[in-house]
Structure formats: structure tokens, C-alpha cells
Design a protein around this ligand. Structure first.
Ligand code: MN
Length: 233
């Protein structure tokens, strides 16, 4: 059967060349909301609530090579574009109902990612009880650094996660502060969806989110991973 038009190339994230290179083909992008206590507080929530999820389209990824400054366009419809630095987990082996104790076996690797958010639109949708898609799942909303295999990093369960804008630190946390650990997140996600090789999971952002404008340069740093540097056009 012929395609009606040429299908687009699959979304991919490059693997760090020094770690073997190649392309990691992306299936879906799952994101965890409010997964650091201080960030939950700054968004007006307290306590440990069950994890909740939203998705971004695979083609919202903007891969950025190590040592380079990537770029995203300031998106339409917003006056309040926020940065959210996050540990991204790449799933190499799929499954349903994966117990937390076995979740690490399903992780292929890690990257630093940005869950860019049109906060004004997200807040409006929250207020109206409507879906977050317009606030979260827009074009170029997911800049991401190179993937590093877990075989090289080991399991990432602690270490600093920070984001600076124009050299000024804005976000700061530690992976150990995740309310729902990566393994618990995989357990919960795989109850709701069958995970597939190629799925990415944005695991949540630490406190200090804020706005960026055209001309700003964001620099996200997660211990053990290449720095992610992204300019806003
Ligand atoms: Mn987020």
C-alpha cells in the first residue's frame, strides 16, 4: 500500500557520540506533573498526591548536541513562557504493570530536557478544568540534550539538577528529592499505558520555574549528563 504522502522521518534523540552515538527513535513523550515538593508548593499544592501525567508529541522535541547552543522560537499565543528543567528517562524495554523493583531494567538511558510551558495558557486551562495541551504540548516545547546510556551513567537517583538563565541560577534541586522516584513513576505509568521501547519520560521539575523571553539563553545541568544549552529566538 502506498502512503498518501511521504511520512515524516521518525522523531529521534541522538545518543552522545562518546557513548556510542546513533539515534534513539522516539515513540511517546510522557511527562510527570509536580514531582518535587518545593515546585508543587510554588504551584500552590502541598503533600504527596498520586502522580499524574500528560503527554507531548514526539515531534515537539528539539535535540541539542553536547557543547552546542540549541534554539527554540518564542511560541505564539503566550506572554509567559516558562522553563522547567527535567531529568528525561528513555525506555529501552517496554511492558505493562512493571513493578518499581524491576523498573530500572526497562531504562535505556537518560538526558537533560526542558518541559517548556506556556504558563498563562496552562493556568487558564486549569482554571476552566480543560486539558493542558495548549500550555504544554506545543511545537518545540521539548528541547533535549544527548541521551547517555544507563550502562555508562549507572542508575541516576541523586545529584544536582539546576537551570540558569543568562548565567543566573533560577532552578535548583536534587534528583533525590523526586516525590515519585523514577522507578515508582515507571510502575505507575505502566499501569495506565503499555510502555514501549522509545518512550521518553520527563520526570518533573524542581522549584524556581520562571519566564524567559527572546534573547535569553537557558543552561540546564544534571549531574552525570551533558549540559543542555538553549536560546530563545
Ligand atoms: Mn514539567
Amino acid at each position: 500500500m502506498n502512503y498518501v504522502f511521504t511520512p515524516p522521518a521518525p522523531a529521534c534523540v541522538p545518543v552522545l557520540p562518546a557513548a556510542g552515538g546513533g539515534l534513539f527513535p522516539v515513540h511517546r513523550i510522557y511527562c510527570v506533573g509536580r514531582n518535587y515538593a518545593e515546585h508543587a508548593q510554588e504551584m500552590g499544592f502541598t503533600g504527596r498526591e498520586p502522580p499524574f501525567f500528560f503527554l507531548k508529541p514526539a515531534d515537539s522535541l528539539v535535540p541539542v548536541a553536547e557543547g552546542e547552543t540549541g534554539a527554540i522560537d518564542y511560541p505564539p499565543l503566550t506572554k509567559n513562557l516558562h522553563h522547567e528543567i527535567e531529568l528525561v528517562v528513555a525506555i529501552g524495554r517496554g511492558g505493562r504493570d512493571i513493578p518499581a523493583a524491576q523498573a530500572a531494567d526497562h531504562i535505556w538511558g537518560y538526558a537533560a530536557g526542558l518541559d517548556m510551558t506556556r504558563r498563562d495558557l496552562q493556568n487558564e486551562m486549569k482554571k476552566q478544568g480543560r486539558p493542558w495541551s495548549i500550555g504544554k504540548a506545543f511545537d518545540q516545547s521539548a528541547p533535549i540534550g544527548p541521551l547517555v546510556p544507563k550502562a555508562r551513567t549507572g542508575e541516576l537517583t541523586k545529584g544536582a539538577i539546576t537551570l540558569a538563565v543568562n548565567g543566573q541560577q533560577k532552578q535548583k534541586g536534587d534528583l533525590a528529592e523526586l516525590i515519585w522516584s523514577v522507578n515508582e513513576t515507571i510502575e505507575q505509568l505502566s499501569r495506565a499505558w503499555e510502555l514501549k521501547p522509545g518512550d521518553l519520560v520527563f520526570t518533573g521539575t524542581p522549584a524556581g520555574v520562571g519566564a524567559v523571553v527572546s534573547g535569553d539563553v537557558m543552561e540546564g545541568v544534571i549531574a552525570g549528563l551533558p549540559v543542555l544549552r538553549v536560546a530563545v529566538r
